[in-house]
Design a protein around this ligand. Structure first.
Ligand code: FEO
Ligand code: CA
Ligand code: CA
Ligand code: CA
Length: 590
């Protein structure tokens, strides 16, 4: 008989109750404070944030919109300093209706400037942050590493597809130089101290159609040609598919940024494939080669792994910056028996030949989705973050939901049709001592099936979840603390309000008697999703990214559903990075 009074987990906090509020909520004994918000100064000469006078010039020097992935990179580089470092932040997309008063938004004379502000609010921020005497985190405006990366920052393409004819445009006949990075969702950190940022829903920025017989079907496979979410094509012809049908081939990559060198040029690594990359997280093989896991976040898309050809050299950072240019990209096939096979995407092997339209490895990488489908990869329920646990060596895959899966399409790794709540898979690489992340075959298991505990959802967690924890839905991002415990942030989208169940961050054990019992440490404010969980090296701070507070169908600048985090009638709601700390300064979760 189970003693319900005994909490089997190692997590010493009481979950935040399941109710949505205008403000964020954190468990007793913890504090949660905004560190930096949309519009705050990043570069030395950034003007103060003023939404009634906002300009693209100001935005390019200020913190961008919709913060997603977060990394804390200690200063000095290579140290484990937990009081001073670089906060590296993705800016995935923008919510124009929440960014400016209606009169400014609808003024035709300002349309081009509005688009330019949107472009400058995308990309990435590197900002120095420090703890003050009270233990609170503060940005160092004008810090010497501070940097804004936008839709216009020059980048290079490297790897097998760089310079490919299908990456060449009128503006860039070399096929190796791109302006900007877009829809940067999650990401990862390399063992040599750089950031990997993943370009996800890049189709949203391209308008029009092409009749190009080669590119038109390829566009369709990536959701291009269905109209743009942002009116940028009116002002920049590269976003018009009729005028520039190859420009979208230059997006959908993993981008490497060196936060310790503000002059460095970000690199789009084509060897890691082109798809709607959610994240890019790393591990090392036993002989020091680098492994990158990444998912393609769309219904019925796939899970991928890249293994570099060369090993990392701990004494040669410059050489490591080229490690992701050469290696093998594979895609996952999950079998009935709980085994997973990694299928390599190599030109000339199997169906990846000229007869199928793949004339070289570059083309296999530009059309990764089609190549992976031909190999027989398993269509998944929207792979979001995928991340190796540095303590137990297993790999955790967040599958956020898939309402389109029919009963006939159910398989053991995607076991529910109409999967509204999502699930988490646990992959186990072989190896008696150390995980063999480069092995051809892994084992796998369902770690949890998310959703309410009413039985209808067929959710599956630890049996004491209702007594000590909190159910969750739509797992999106994840990270691990020093004890190897899993922390998941959620993104239910519009379903959050309907369920009156907040998005938040959930901690859980992956081993021992509390395995698979989630506890909500923090709930996001109304109509926000939560992203980017990331610990300081001492685990005393957990950073999270509150994205799009007040994002709702029936909302305008003048009547947001919340004015978090400022609650100032003169200011709109603002996406912001939040630091969660314990009042007594101890490690998060105990
Ligand atoms: Fe941008 Fe897959 O979430
Ligand atoms: Ca995501
Ligand atoms: Ca992560
Ligand atoms: Ca999300």
């Amino acid at each position: 008989k189970v003693d319900l009074s005994l909490d089997p987990t190692t997590l010493a906090f009481k979950p935040v109750p399941a109710a949505i509020a205008d403000d964020h909520q954190v468990s007793g004994g913890y504090v949660a404070e905004a560190v930096i918000r949309w519009g705050d100064a990043v570069l030395a000469d950034a003007p103060a944030f003023d939404p009634s006078q906002h300009s693209a010039e100001a935005q390019a020097k200020q913190f961008g919109y919709n913060n997603d992935f977060l990394a804390f990179m200690p200063l000095p580089a290579g140290s484990d300093n937990a009081d001073h470092g670089l906060l590296c932040v993705n800016h995935e997309y923008v919510n124009p209706v929440l960014m400016a008063p209606e009169a400014r938004r609808k003024d035709p004379e300002l349309a081009q400037e509005r688009a330019a502000i949107e472009m400058a609010a995308h990309g990435h921020t590197v900002v120095e942050i420090k703890r003050n005497a009270k233990g609170q985190w503060e940005p160092v405006a004008g810090g010497r590493y501070n940097r804004r990366i936008t839709a216009h920052t020059p980048m290079t393409l490297s790897g097998p597809a760089a310079g490919h004819a299908r990456l060449r445009t009128h503006a860039d006949p070399s096929g190796a130089h791109v302006l900007g990075t877009l829809n940067n969702c999650a990401g990862g950190v390399t063992p040599w101290g750089t950031i990997l940022t993943a370009e996800e829903n890049f189709h949203k920025y391209f308008d029009g159609h092409t009749s190009d017989p080669l590119e038109a079907p390829a566009h369709k496979a990536y959701g291009l040609g269905r109209g743009a979410a942002f009116p940028w094509a009116q002002f920049e012809p590269r976003f018009d598919l009729a005028q520039s049908p190859r420009e979208p081939n230059r997006f959908g990559w993993v981008v490497e940024i060196d936060p310790y060198d503000p002059q460095s040029t970000p690199v789009k690594h084509t060897a890691l494939g082109r798809f709607k990359h959610e994240a890019a997280t790393t591990a090392l093989t036993r002989d020091g080669r680098v492994v990158v896991y990444s998912g393609d976040d769309e219904t019925f898309q796939f899970l991928y792994r890249f293994v570099s050809a060369r090993a990392m050299n701990p004494n040669d950072r410059q050489a490591n910056l080229g490690l992701l240019d050469e290696g093998v990209l594979s895609v996952a096939r999950f079998s009935e028996e709980g085994t997973l096979q990694w299928l390599p995407l190599i030109h000339g092997q199997g169906p990846l030949t000229a007869e199928n339209g793949f004339h070289d490895q570059g083309e296999v990488l530009i059309e990764t989705r089609r190549a992976a489908a031909l190999l027989g990869a398993t269509p998944m329920d929207r792979p979001e973050d995928v991340e190796p646990n540095p303590v137990n060596g297993k790999v955790y895959v967040m599958l956020t939901n898939n309402k389109s899966r029919q009963p006939s399409e159910v398989d053991p790794a995607n076991p529910r049709c109409n999967n509204q709540y999502g699930h988490v898979l646990e992959l186990t690489p072989p190896g008696p001592d150390a995980p063999e992340h480069d092995a051809e075959t892994f084992r796998w298991d369902v770690f949890l099936l998310a959703g309410p505990l009413d039985g209808e959802a067929e959710a599956r967690y630890h049996p004491l979840t209702a007594h000590h924890g909190s159910w969750m839905a739509a797992p999106d991002n994840c990270c691990f603390d020093k004890r190897g415990r899993l922390w998941i942030t959620t993104d239910q989208g519009g379903s959050q309000a309907k369920r009156n169940h907040p998005d938040g961050v959930y901690g859980m054990d992956v081993d021992g008697p509390g395995r698979g019992l989630p506890k909500r440490l923090y709930a996001a404010p109304r109509d926000a999703e939560l992203c980017g969980p990331c610990f300081t090296p001492d685990n005393a701070t957990l950073f999270v990214a509150v994205q799009h507070p007040s994002e709702h169908k029936k909302v305008a600048y003048e009547n947001p559903t919340t004015r978090w985090p400022d609650f100032d009638p003169a200011l709109p709601p603002r996406p912001a990075v939040v630091a969660i700390r314990r009042v007594d300064g101890g490690p998060i979760g105990g």
